[in-house]
Every structure is written in C-alpha cells, then in structure tokens.
Design a protein around this ligand. Structure first.
Ligand code: SF4
Length: 62
C-alpha cells in the first residue's frame, strides 16, 4: 500500500495525523506522508484517515 497527499487539496485540518500519526505528519499547514510503503499493521489506520479527510486529499493505492 502506498499513500500520497494532494497538497493542492489539503486544508491542513490535522485529522489524518490525529488518526494515524505513524504515517501522517503535519509540516506547516500541509500533511506529509512519512513512509513510502505502508506496513500491514497500519493499513486499517491509513484507510480510516483516508475516509476521514474532509476534502479527499488522501490517495491510497495498493
Ligand atoms: S485530513 Fe486531509 S485535509 Fe486534513 S490534514 Fe490530512 S490530508 Fe489535509
């Protein structure tokens, strides 16, 4: 699983970091992804973060 953030869409709400701080980190007003490949134990948390993003800025690819 790979995750990316559309930085043009991200409004910096911090919800993804709150849901899955192992993967998402706020840098200034924009969320960034901390790892290239998501380990199995974090996949559910990443999907929760994706679902919780209010502007659908999180893109998840298998
Ligand atoms: S939940 Fe979405 S809008 Fe909010 S910081 Fe994360 S990527 Fe940006």
């Amino acid at each position: 699983m790979r995750v990316s953030i559309n930085k043009d869409l991200c409004i910096g709400c911090g919800a993804c970091e709150a849901t899955c701080p192992e993967v998402f980190k706020m840098v200034g007003e924009i969320s960034t992804v901390l790892m290239d490949s998501i380990p199995d134990n974090l996949k559910d948390s990443v999907l929760d973060a994706e679902a919780g993003c209010p502007v659908e800025a999180i893109k998840v690819e298998e």
